[in-house]
Write a new protein. Sequence first.
Length: 405
Amino acid sequence: MDTLYELLHWLWRHVRPSMMDYGATVTRNDADIMGVGNVVVQTGENCTVNVSTPNNTFDEGSDVARSAGEELLVRVVDDGRVIEIYDRPGALQLASDFLSVVRPGASVFYKSPGSVTSVHKSRKIVIIVETLHNLGEQGQWGIFKRQANHWMTEMTDQDEKMMILLEVAETAYFQDRLDIALELLEKATKLHVRTANPILHLSHILYTKASIKRKNRSGDFSEAEGDIYDAKQMAKLLPLGNASGMVFYNHATLVAQQINISKTPNEKLFQLAKGNFIRAISHFKEETTFCLSGQSKVHRAYIGLSKLLLDVPDNAARKPRPVTDADVQIAESCLQLAEEQMQEGTTRRTRCYWHLAKSDLAYRRHHIGDAEKQASAALEVARQAPFPFESSLSQCRLDKFRCLT
């Protein structure tokens, strides 16, 4: 089983706030819990883990100390119980399983950097989509298919079904099943008008279409550029965050692909790609809704920006842009920022691109042995899924560096 599905240790607390006076403190399992009604505040570092739902028992009776770095992921106050799930490997799956059985009237709080958003059980789709996205980015196709089929059948809300459909299309894209991905996006295009948030879904459809058409490597980017242009019009109507950031990120990667197949340096295209990567990072950092993949998006944007600055051509015939010492230093800083926040659960696709960027950095530092080592690591990660496009890209980079040693 992958780390995401190794349900190791979980915090589960049972109290009855309705029985407490306001401001009263009850000590339970070495943690202090204060509150009244649905207002609960916990302090303390340790607890006895007893994770179970009516249908599942995950790690019953284990004694686990909560580490200082584990932040609250989800808190549910349900019929006098308080259930807290902390950000550990497998937390998304646990939260998804629990929210599928919690009563509709439960109060659910999703923790996100800098804010706590109160939502209802219907917003469990956020965690479901996060889980599906991680499965796709990990290359766990079989588990993804089973879960996507299950939730597509279970869901009745059109927005929720649309979000799952778009994850299925993206996973087909990861597998290089581009024709199937486009068919799914055409279906989504017809259905998005029935949703409560058609602009959000249409922008997602458009930038995903652009990614697919870019990946075809036909050399004709006119259709992809048109899709990105339309997506940017939609982004103007969206709040700053992951959804708008993805539009700028995909514009940046489209332009970077144009640079990669061009024969000579193009400063205008370079500045356009750089500007869109920077705007993507800025938008991702404005996200306030619960979304663990938000950090992954920031990482990928930093990695993309570093690769752009380092400009190591895939095509041997292409003349690279003159890379300055400042470019190399900024690229290194971007990779350090990404590395500092990368965790054990970082997806395989993200780790693959991180290794590729590290190989480019080593190459620009004239450390060819390290460059070869990083490219080899990228290839190993890409083949685990496998990711066909990333495997080919990593092999190309590895062959390039081997010729230099």
